[in-house]
Design a protein around this ligand. Structure first.
Ligand SMILES: [Zn+2]
Length: 334
């Protein structure tokens, strides 16, 4: 049994707490090969609303960098928002099961080049993009009524993208989603018991064990988590990732941005995927100064939707061990 490298394992994840299945014997399932041949990027009809010269096709700019002259990063309200920016200040009514869908939803247009992606940005654009992330998260978290901010990028159709021009989305919601709630309860309980954040405990263990580390710099760490939900799932975090993204220094931000870029390149090359999600796991807005608060980035190469076993059991099935994934990523230059 000890020699059987393909033996499946249940592994317990800390965030949110629960079992997952690592089944490396399933890596040869032929469906993956067919999926890889489908076009990666969406092909919407008409002109691209995010390309320079087409600014009139989007909502009014809410923020841009540089502030004047030709923009490099441009932020606009989402034309088809999930939530509406009216009623943010309407207090919640206790006991009800329905509330107005109030919230904020913006698009961060990353650069003027339609064909680019985060993996190809030059250093200056990469830094501008991450500064925009920090700025919009901070602005949303300061808005009265906003309880949690989601920041994410979808790249490729398999990752849920509908526009090929590189962009991120930021959503501020006036309720806490169940995932955020469960994670926060666990984070708070851990900090009260251990006197340090749950992420500090997880990262400390990973740095001691070492075999799931992809890259560690002086201020940040990239590693494959012990119990992943996706093949080649990788987390990137500053070593002192307390509070929320908005509190990160310029220097820390540059370091994390560069590490995220290098790690996305490695994760895509090692997994053979081109579609991926980049997710910022942020604490509830009102708890961002709590000692238990932390944040990190998840890189999730995507091949397809969840299978039915995951839907019935709530246990994701992953076909590569995080130890193998990290070793393959380490073996690549970037
Ligand atoms: Zn474009």
């Amino acid at each position: 049994m000890a020699d059987d490298v393909d033996a499946p394992q249940y592994r317990r994840a800390p965030l949110p707490d629960g079992w997952r299945i690592v089944a490396p014997g399933r890596r040869g399932v032929p469906l993956d090969a067919r999926r890889a041949e489908e076009p990666v990027l969406p092909k919407p009809e008409g002109t691209c609303p995010f390309c320079p010269g087409n600014e009139a096709e989007t909502e009014e700019t809410t923020w841009q960098d540089p502030p004047t002259g030709p923009w490099q990063v441009r932020v606009v309200p989402n034309r088809y928002p999930v939530l509406r920016a009216t009623g943010l200040d309407v207090p919640a009514v206790g006991g009800g099961h329905v509330r107005p869908g109030a919230g904020l939803h913006e698009v961060i247009v990353e650069g003027r080049a339609h064909e680019a992606d985060l993996v190809s940005y030059h250093a200056e654009l990469l830094e501008r993009v991450f500064r925009a992330y920090r700025e919009r998260v901070g602005t949303f978290e300061d808005v009265d009524g906003i309880r949690h901010v989601s920041l994410f990028r979808n790249r490729g159709r398999r990752a849920g993208s509908s526009q090929p021009h590189p962009h991120a989305q930021v959503v501020g919601a006036t309720v806490l989603g169940p995932e955020v709630q469960r994670r926060w309860e666990r984070a708070r309980e851990h900090e009260r018991r251990e006197g340090r954040t749950l992420l500090a405990t997880v990262m400390g263990r990973e740095l001691r064990v070492g075999d799931r580390i992809v890259e560690a710099t002086e201020s940040s760490v990239a590693f494959c988590p012990f119990a992943p939900a996706f093949p080649y799932e990788t987390w990137v975090a500053p070593r002192s990732a307390t509070g929320s993204l908005a509190g990160l220094s310029d220097e820390g931000l540059s370091d994390v941005a560069a590490l995220v870029q290098r790690t996305v390149r490695r994760a895509l090359r090692a997994s053979g995927r081109q579609a991926y999600n980049l997710i910022f796991r942020l604490p509830p807005a009102q708890a961002r100064h709590d000692a238990a608060a932390f944040w990190y980035v998840e890189i999730l190469p995507r091949s397809g939707p969840a299978g039915a076993l995951e839907l019935t059991s709530g246990m994701p099935v992953v076909w590569v061990t995080p130890e193998d994934a990290a070793a393959r990523m380490r073996a690549l230059s970037e």
